[in-house]
Structures are given as C-alpha cells and as structure tokens.
Design a protein around this ligand. Sequence first.
Ligand code: UT7
Length: 329
Amino acid sequence: MQNRPQAMIIGTGAAVPEKTLTNRDFETMVDTSNEWIRARTGMEVRHVVGPDEQNSDLAAAAALKALESAGLTAVDVDLIIVATISGDSGFPSTACFVQKKIGAVNAAALDIGAACAGFIYGLDLADSYIALGKAKHVLVIGSEVLSRITDYSDRNTCVLFGDGAGAAVLAPSDGERGILGTFIKSDGRLSELLYIEGLGTKIPPSHQSVDERKHFIRMAGREVFKYAVKAMGDSAEEILMRTGLDNAAVDLLISHQANLRIIEATARRINLPAERVFINIEKYGNTSSASIPLALDEAVRSGRIQPGQLLVLVAFGAGFTWGSAAIRY
Ligand code: UT7
C-alpha cells in the first residue's frame, strides 16, 4: 500500500483511424444483427485502419497529443512502453517504431504483451520506474490494430474488435496527485480460451496455417465472460482494499470496454451508480489495451475528470491477465 503517490499522469492523448464499421455493416458480412450486437455487447461502431495505417502510426499520434497536453516534447521522454498484441511486425518492438516516429531519441523503448490488461501493466511498470528514480518521464501507450488479426467470417469475434490508441505521460508526483496503487495478476492456465495459435514461432506462417485461419483471434466468449466478470470485480475490490479507499470516494470507474454487461457488473461489485462509470464502448468496440487510455483521454478532454478526483481503472484480458489502479488525478 502506498501512502503518497510516486508518479502522476500529466498528459493524455488518443488516436483512432477514420474508417468505421457499424453493426449494420456486419449484417452484410456474417449472420448477425444490429439488435443482437447492441443487446449482448453495447457496441455500435468501431474504427478500423486503412491499408496504409500501422499500429505505430496510431500509437505515435496518441503519444504526441499526450506529450503536447503535458507540455513536453519527445526528447523529454526516458521510457516508452507500448502495450499491444497487434504490433507492426514480429520484431523489433512497436515501441521502437513509435520512438522513431516521434523522435524520442533519449528514450528506451519496450512492448508489453498483456492483452487487454496491458495498459494497467504499463502503468504499474511506469510507476515503479519513476518511484525508483530510474525514469522521469514515461510514455505509456495502449495501441491496437485488431482488425488485421480478426477473422471477418467468424461472427463470434468479428463484431467485437476495433482499432485505436491511447497514451498517458507519467512524471514524478507532486506529492498529492498520482497513482495511489496498482494490482496486476495473471493465470496462464487459461490461455487457450482467448488466443491466436499462429503468428508466433510455434506455428510459423505457411499456406496450411493461413488456410486453417490460425493467424486470427479465437475466443470462447461465454467462458471468458464469466472469468472477466469475476476478475474485474475482484480487481476493483482489491485496489480499494490495497489503498484503504472507500468505494463511496470513487469519482469515476474506467473499465476495459469489452462488453457493457461486464462493465455494469464490475460497477455493481463496488456499488457505483451509473453516473460514476465511464462508458464509450458504443463508439469504439473492444480495442484491447487501447480501451482504457482511449476512455481516460476522452474523460479528461470532455471535463468529466477534474483534477483531484479519484479514478479506479480495471482491466481483464487474454492470458488471462487482469489488474487495476487507483489514481488521484
Ligand atoms: O477483451 C478481453 C476479454 N474479452 C471479453 O471479456 C469478452 C467476453 N465475452 C463476451 O463479451 C460475450 O461472451 C460475447 C459478446 C462474446 C458473446 O455474448 P454471449 O451472450 O456470451 O453469447 P454466447 O457466446 O453465449 O452465444 C449466444 C448465442 C450463440 O448461439 P446458440 O449457440 O445459442 O445458438 C452464438 O452462436 O449467440 C450466438 N452468437 C451470435 N449471434 C448473432 C454469437 N455471436 C453472435 C453474433 N450475432 N455476432
């Protein structure tokens, strides 16, 4: 438990591609309906990249906006952490491509593969680096191009995912505001409920692997749903317990946006009324590691988050990975 925050968010940014896919678009692609998607997920629109847009383009755009709002430039950054499961290429890290695109010549750069919980994992790492004095300005970015690893013939998954990026700049705390605590956890025994079997070195790309569509996301939705509801509720309770905060003090819950019903169940676990829960799933779908920083940036820029307010961030994703953070903004 931390009494005084060590690191604080001093700027946020976001970027999504222009092109969109609506629920109606999916009606022409697979056996689904606008009504089913809205009722079962809360989603309406997702953004998807065009042929010339890359993950690192979205990440760099979000990063530059975050730096601008922090009053910094790229040369001030010591560490770039990109949380992603849909990086530009096998290697090097997408963070290195972002470094090149924004000109962060003084930074070290690395990716985190913690799926939808990646931004929370990134915050946890950034907080630790700053607390130890090993970095002053850290860019934490969640960025995904899930449209390129989505099977648009599989109705169980294709309606769910969107592309986008969100970023936060972290710096040493002013002593009052900042990250009050973080919690991260994983359970690798459940990895095959949500994964891509191919794309790695276990099944190198081949005509056969492509024919068998092994390079696409597969998810046992109903199972994942059950674990997500439990782990996200547990994570929300855990972070309140670790920081000694009362749920009544929480001004805003910013949850990973995978399913409206999961977000509502998480809010119920810590007794938060609807007006203290941020929801933008209808505009972006599930953008994995980008969903929390996209929501955070929107809430900050719209004035929904005011300085000094208490935020609880909660996420759950493939791995399984999950976690939470409490932030005095
Ligand atoms: O982001 C990381 C973690 N991911 C999550 O947290 C996602 C967790 N899972 C979910 O959000 C939900 O399980 C889904 C939205 C994926 C599915 O909703 P569900 O209420 O759990 O539906 P289901 O999988 O139990 O399927 C119910 C029915 C099935 O038909 P039968 O077998 O009952 O005849 C599915 O085939 O709905 C069918 N179905 C669809 N129908 C129309 C599945 N996808 C669709 C679709 N349109 N797109």
